[in-house]
Design a protein around this ligand. Structure first.
Ligand code: SF4
Length: 265
């Protein structure tokens, strides 16, 4: 590197290029592993580079879950790696016939499998054809779904069936629009009281169809308001959230983004 690089800059190395002790510097070092390194290589790179953080950047996405589990299992067996964060860095080149949704599903499986196993502290990704906004939005969705970072309201809805007492999609969209800016709050929207309350997956608040044109509202598993006319039920839900101290006003310029919807049952 040029001598003019400020001392505070962190140098990034490929693990294969770390073959001797690297000089200590204020900004420290970071190392990219492919996940194919042997135990001895990993240990020796950590000893020589003393990285502040590392990346797992596989050569391809094939078998990445197996590769990741193997890599993290080795990392955890070395004392020298303790407390050093590892970011997952995956790449998705454009594939003919696949659209953005296909890539997001693939990325969710790749990152999600490792995150829910407790492997990895952060994510970087390259997805050809994605805009920066798409990547950012998909990243927050993925981090929220795997409980790595809760940045918005979480919605749980039933898949709907013959018992559903209102238009589930429209109602869910309406509730998301009003309440999508409440990080850490879980709202369940269920089509009927037959199975709805039992399937709310520990939601903080429940909106459950209880009769034709009627809705019951729940706080956790307790029904606190019964048979509210459908027309005012979303307002009543918002008031209930306020009464329980979970409401914050959306920032004036903040676009209330629809939170993540998870189907259960
Ligand atoms: S909660 Fe279950 S049974 Fe009730 S409407 Fe939804 S899918 Fe149907």
């Amino acid at each position: 590197p040029a001598a003019s690089v400020p001392e505070g800059v962190t140098f990034l190395h490929d693990a294969a290029a770390v073959i001797e002790a690297v000089p200590e510097r204020l900004g420290g070092h970071a190392v990219i592993f492919t996940g194919e390194e042997s135990e001895e290589q990993i240990k020796s790179v950590f000893q020589m580079a003393k990285p502040r953080f590392v990346f797992l950047k596989p050569k391809s996405q094939e078998g990445v879950t197996y590769l990741g589990r193997r890599f993290f299992t080795m990392l955890r067996s070395f004392e020298v790696t303790e407390g050093i964060p590892c970011m997952l860095w995956f790449s998705y080149p454009k594939v003919a016939g696949q659209d953005e949704d296909d890539v997001v599903i693939r990325a969710s499986a790749d990152y999600g499998s490792l995150f829910v196993d407790g492997f990895g502290e952060g994510m970087l990704w390259n997805a050809e054809g994605f805009t920066a906004d798409n990547l950012r939005e998909s990243s927050f969705n993925l981090l929220q779904a795997s409980r790595m970072r809760i940045s918005k309201t979480e919605f749980i809805s039933c898949p709907s069936c013959g018992r559903t007492l209102f238009n589930l999609q429209e109602t869910t969209a309406k509730i998301q629009e009003r309440t999508g800016h409440l990080p850490g709050v879980r709202v369940a929207i269920m089509g009927c009281i037959v199975n709805g309350p039992g399937e709310m997956a520990d939601a903080d608040f429940g909106y459950v169809g209880s009769g034709v044109g009627k809705v019951d509202l729940y706080v956790k598993y307790d029904c606190v308001k019964r048979a509210i006319p459908f027309a005012g039920a979303v307002d009543a839900l918002v008031n209930l959230i306020k009464e329980h101290g979970k409401w914050v006003e959306p920032e004036e310029d903040e676009e209330v983004t629809a939170g993540e919807a998870v189907a259960v049952m």
